[in-house]
Each structure stands twice: as structure tokens, then as C-alpha cells.
Design a protein around this ligand. Structure first.
Ligand code: BGC
Length: 628
């Protein structure tokens, strides 16, 4: 009897076990259910009809997309990380980018055009033929392309304070970018650098919210004013520029990728106005920074991205994360992906492993961790921009070599250089150079160095020190041309001149920083090099009077030196048209530039607050807005 009972009992147990197993298998099959058989959409699908309103086209296209295709649109990949060109269509990737320095094998403008249009064609061979966005950091002109016009970096443009000029620079940049087939520029930069030790000060127009609001909107208007498709990315949302020293989450950096703790009032009064204005000017994407805000990485900050940017500011474009920024969110790649997408990031600059991203996000949706409605919202935002820019309806841009580095654009850049110079000291009106001056000696590491005067984000991410950039004019060449044949111009970088006992009427020292980008430029003491200081000293011995021109991405600490110089000019990072410097030195163009941020006297004064007050209460060397 007992044996009979236990036999029945064990059979029931087995049955229950099998039923549970079948149940689990069924659930698993449901979760991993394959996509339905995919067929290309009909030729008359509404989304293909350019005459229909954008929202209707978005809705139609979205309704035809599988989850995998939707997630593909949310991926932004560095072009060298695409394993096979077919993957662009297989994964339906939303965007590719040339991470700084990622150029085609043929680095000519035509080589760029061929590469980008090749990728665009690949994207259009996908089932739904959704065209790619192709992005680049044309942050001071199309600087990664050899032969393009290299405009002054943003800090120099900030010193001009000139909205009309900024709009023209934006327009010229867009033309050169579009000529190579690229339809997305990661600019303008709306950061507010409060600490000159940061390696990205020069990427911003200045530290004054009002100035950045005016100039950011003007530049955006210019960038978007042409006929060609062009998407602007406002960056880096938000609070980038006021990270605390030693707060970086990157072990190689000190301040870049660090912690901003400015709070709600500063968010509203200082940081949001530039975004509001540039969004009103038509900017279609916003890039979130790699910093933290009140302890949370911005890419995971739902309040800032969804509530403030998309909600309060009513931003209808898409939000893109910065380079690998999503995976900087603590918790591992899967958790980070879930957090970022739920926070409101629409496109993820992964920028490497797309397979893993598609897998992670697919599971996150199937497990209910990311609502499908959030995916639909993200993809709709991306598609809306692609439709609005006409990417679905037009042939890729034909190669237009004539605009790249054109005479007109170079003249504009030269004008921008001239307007960006700020005279900080001018004892006895040594400037503009008197026509009676018949002998000039030029020295310093940056005098004949277009690499230094262009700074980083020029062909390579970190820039290239030296005289290598083709079709550009060094400051020395500009000085020689302006001086003309009646003036003897001698040059020695180190300031070693023959007959130095016989003094020249004027010495011009062009000194400054070698190129750097991002956290690699974080410096505890931004100062002149010993070699440059020695060159200035030698020049002083061999010249009656000395003008010092500083080529740098930020104010340098020169308090101990400036008394020895007759004149001091901040020339920032002027770019390829060094002749603009001589235009002002020789009085052909007036000095009009003003400091777009305070110039510190000592490192102990850092950081300076929004009102220009130093950390230790001592006086600045020159206040923001100063310029003789
Ligand atoms: C920078 C961004 C840039 C991106 C793509 C990042 O390292 O922070 O400003 O747009 O790279 O090159």
C-alpha cells in the first residue's frame, strides 16, 4: 500500500516537473521568438513619399520596423569599428562617425567624399533604405580634412563677440563639411569653462552664459542656413566646464570628465540659456557630456535629459551620448544601457560594439526593463531629423571641391583671426607697428608653426605640432608679407640672432602651447615653456622693444613676466590663416577683440565663479571683457 502510494507520488512529481519545464520552454520561446519574415516595403509606402508631412512618414516607417531595426537606428558607430560594410545594412545602423583622426585611406577631400557616400549607399541597401547620419567634429572648420579652411578655435571666435561673423563661419563650415558628404557636425560647443586648467577651454566661446548664448545661436543659424542637409549637435549638455579639479572619473585626467556640482539655480540661470537659444535657432541634436551632475553621469540623468531638456525646453530633436559615455555609467554595460535609454538618450555613441548593444537592448525590452514606447520615441526622434533634413529624398551630395579651403572661406577665416586678437598690454603704443620701424626680429616656438596655431582637432585628434599643414599661412609668413621689402625681418625660433648687439627696432615673440585635446590637456599650471621664456629673454636683449603674442587655448599664467614686455596680445588658436595676426599688428585692421573669459594672475585663484570672483579673493590679471 505504502509502495503504491509513493509510486503515484513520485509520478505526480515527475509530471509536475515536466509541465513546469514545458512552461519555461514556452516562455523562453516567446521571449526569443524570431522576427517575422521580412519583406521590403512597397514602392508606394507612405514614408517614401516626399510630399507627405514628416510626422506621418515617421509613423509609417516606424510601424514597419522590427525591434532590431529600431535598435540599430539608435547605434552610432566609429567608422573604423564597422567590421564589414554589409553590417551597416544588416544592423540598420543609425549613424557613423569619424572619431577625430579617423580618416579615409585617401585623405584628400575627394577621398573623404568617396568614403562617406560609400557608407551612405551601404545604409540605403538595407530593407527599409534608411540613410545614415555621418558625423564629424568640424569644430573649427572642417579641420580633419587636409586642404580645408581651419578657422580659429571657438575661444578666439568668442573674443570677437561678433554674431554676424559667427554666422558666416558656421555657414562656411557647413559648406565645406557638406562638400565631403558629411551631414552632421558635432558643434557648436556651449560649454562654460570656469577653470583654465581644463584641457577643453578653447572649444568654448567663453565662460559667460550671455556671450555663449548669443554666439552659439548665431553659429547654429549659420551652420543650418545652407541648402545641404546638416545636423548640428549642441554640446556638452550640461555643466561641462565647471568640474572640480581632481574629480575626473578617468584615471588619466584631472578635471575633464569630472564632477559638476552647481545645483538647480545655476542650471537655470547659467547653463540652460545657451541651449534654449540654439534650439530655437534650429539645432536638431544635443550631445550629453561625460561629466557628472550632482553625482550622476549625465547620460543616466533622467531629470536633466527627459524632464528638463525634452520636457521644459521642449526639445524635439534627438539626444546623443558622447564617446563611450553610456558605458561610463556604473553597473556594467547592460545596466548602463538600460539606465541611459530610460534616462532619455536616443542615440548611443557606443562607439565600438554594435552587436553587444543590439543584444543588450533587445533583452532589456523583452524583459520589460526598457518600455517599447521609449524605443519608439527615440527612433521617431532620429527619423524625424533624417526626414526633415531631406536625407530620404535626395541623392548624396555631389563632390564640390571648389568650396573646400576656397579663397572666400580663407578670407573669412583671416578676418576672424584679426577680430579675435586681444591686446592686453600696449606700453607706449608699440602697437600698431609704426611705419618707421625698419628692422624686426621674430622668435618663439609658435612663430613658424601652423600646427601650434591650429591646435588640436586638426587632421588628428591631438593636433600635430610643427609646420606641416598644407595651404596655410604661418604667423611669420604673415608678418613678412605685411612688413614688405622695406623692412628687414629676421627669424630664429630660439631667439639666437647674429649681430644681436645691434638691436632691431622691434622684437615679436610668438610663443605658446603645443596642441592638446580633452583631458590630455588638463594642466595644473598652464604656463609658458622654459624654451619660450628663454627665447623672449634673448629677443629682448637684441631688440629695442618686445611684443609678445601668445598662441594658446586658454589664458596662461604670465604674471611674473608681463612687466618685462612692452606689449602682450592673446591670439588664441587662430588656425590656418596666420596672416590675420599681421593684419592687426601692422594696423591694417583695428584691434577689437575682448577677453571672453577672465585671465588669472595665479593658479591659487582657480576656479573663478560666474561673477568673475577668484577662489581666493585676489585680483585677476585681466578681467573678462578686457581688451585695449
Ligand atoms: C568628445 C566630443 C566629440 C566626440 C566625437 C568625444 O571624445 O567629448 O566632443 O564630439 O568625442 O569625436
Amino acid at each position: 500500500m505504502q509502495r503504491w502510494h509513493s509510486l503515484v507520488y513520485s509520478r505526480v512529481l515527475w509530471l509536475m516537473f515536466f509541465l513546469t519545464l514545458i512552461g519555461v520552454l514556452l516562455v523562453l520561446m516567446l521571449i526569443v521568438k524570431g522576427e517575422p519574415e521580412l519583406v521590403p516595403p512597397p514602392a508606394d509606402a507612405p514614408y517614401k513619399n516626399a510630399a507627405l508631412p514628416v510626422d506621418l512618414r515617421v509613423e509609417d516607417l516606424l510601424s514597419r520596423m522590427t525591434l532590431k531595426e529600431k535598435i540599430g537606428q539608435m547605434a552610432l558607430i566609429e567608422k573604423n569599428s564597422v567590421k564589414a560594410t554589409e553590417d551597416i545594412a544588416t544592423y540598420g545602423l543609425g549613424g557613423l562617425l569619424s572619431g577625430s583622426g579617423a580618416k579615409p585611406a585617401d585623405t584628400s577631400p575627394e577621398g573623404w567624399h568617396n568614403m562617406v557616400t560609400g557608407y551612405l549607399e551601404a545604409s540605403e541597401s538595407s530593407r527599409l533604405s534608411i540613410p545614415l547620419l555621418y558625423g564629424s567634429d568640424a569644430i573649427h572648420g572642417h579641420g580633419h580634412v587636409l586642404g580645408a579652411t581651419v578657422f580659429p578655435h571657438a575661444i578666439g571666435l568668442g573674443a570677437t563677440g561678433d554674431e554676424v561673423l559667427l554666422e558666416a563661419v558656421g555657414r562656411a563650415t557647413a559648406k565645406e563639411v557638406a562638400a565631403t558628404g558629411i551631414n552632421w557636425n558635432y558643434a557648436p560647443n556651449l560649454d562654460l569653462p570656469r577653470d583654465i586648467r581644463w584641457g577643453r577651454v578653447y572649444e568654448a566661446f567663453g565662460d559667460d552664459s550671455l556671450l555663449v548664448t548669443r554666439l552659439g545661436a548665431a553659429y547654429t543659424r549659420g551652420l543650418l542656413s545652407g541648402d545641404e542637409p546638416m545636423v548640428a549637435s549642441l554640446k556638452h549638455f550640461v555643466g561641462l566646464g565647471d568640474m572640480a579639479w581632481n574629480s575626473s572619473t578617468n584615471k588619466n585626467f584631472k578635471i575633464d570628465q569630472g564632477a559638476t556640482t552647481d545645483g538647480e539655480a545655476a542650471l537655470r540661470t547659467t547653463y540652460l540659456p545657451p541651449y534654449k537659444a540654439a534650439i530655437a535657432a534650429g539645432a536638431q541634436s544635443v550631445m550629453v557630456g561625460l561629466n557628472t551632475w550632482d553625482g550622476t553621469k549625465i547620460a543616466a540623468n533622467k531629470y536633466l535629459i527627459t524632464d528638463v531638456l525634452k520636457g521644459e525646453l521642449g526639445f524635439k530633436g534627438f539626444v546623443v551620448s558622447d564617446w563611450y559615455g553610456v558605458y561610463e555609467i556604473p553597473g556594467g554595460d547592460f545596466v548602463a544601457t538600460v539606465k541611459a535609454v530610460n534616462a532619455g538618450v536616443d542615440m548611443v555613441m557606443l562607439p565600438f560594439a554594435y552587436e553587444a548593444f543590439v543584444r543588450d537592448l533587445t533583452w532589456a525590452v523583452r524583459l520589460g526593463l526598457v518600455p517599447e514606447a521609449r524605443i519608439d520615441d527615440a527612433v521617431s526622434r532620429i527619423l524625424r531629423v533624417k526626414f526633415a533634413e531631406g536625407l530620404f529624398d535626395r541623392e548624396p551630395a555631389t563632390f564640390a571641391p571648389e568650396v573646400i579651403g576656397s579663397k572666400e572661406h580663407r578670407a573669412l577665416a583671416r578676418e576672424a583671426v584679426a577680430k579675435s586678437l586681444v591686446v592686453l598690454k600696449n606700453e607706449g603704443n608699440v602697437l600698431p607697428i609704426n611705419p618707421t620701424v625698419r628692422s624686426i626680429r621674430v622668435a618663439g616656438s609658435a612663430a613658424d608653426n601652423v600646427g601650434m596655431q591650429s591646435g588640436a582637432w586638426t587632421v588628428e585628434w591631438q593636433g600635430i605640432d610643427g609646420s606641416w599643414l598644407p595651404q596655410s599661412t604661418s604667423i611669420l609668413a604673415g608678418i613678412k608679407a605685411r612688413a614688405g621689402s622695406g623692412v628687414a625681418v629676421e627669424y630664429d625660433g630660439a631667439g639666437n640672432f647674429k649681430n644681436s648687439a645691434q638691436k632691431a627696432a622691434l622684437g615679436i615673440a610668438v610663443v605658446g602651447e603645443t596642441p592638446y585635446a580633452e583631458g590630455w590637456g588638463d594642466r595644473e599650471y598652464p604656463i609658458l615653456s622654459d624654451a619660450d621664456l628663454a627665447a623672449i629673454a634673448r629677443l629682448k636683449e637684441s631688440s629695442e622693444r618686445v611684443v609678445v603674442i601668445i598662441i594658446s587655448g586658454r589664458p596662461l599664467l604670465v604674471t611674473g613676466e608681463v612687466a618685462k614686455w612692452d606689449a602682450l596680445v592673446a591670439a588664441w588658436l587662430p588656425g590656418s590663416e596666420g596672416a590675420g595676426v599681421a593684419d592687426v599688428l601692422f594696423g591694417a585692421t583695428p584691434f577689437t577683440g575682448r577677453l571672453p573669459l577672465p585671465w588669472h594672475a595665479y593658479a591659487e585663484q582657480l576656479p573663478v565663479n560666474a561673477n568673475g570672483q577668484t577662489a581666493n579673493g585676489t585680483s585677476l590679471l585681466y578681467a573678462r571683457g578686457f581688451g585695449l
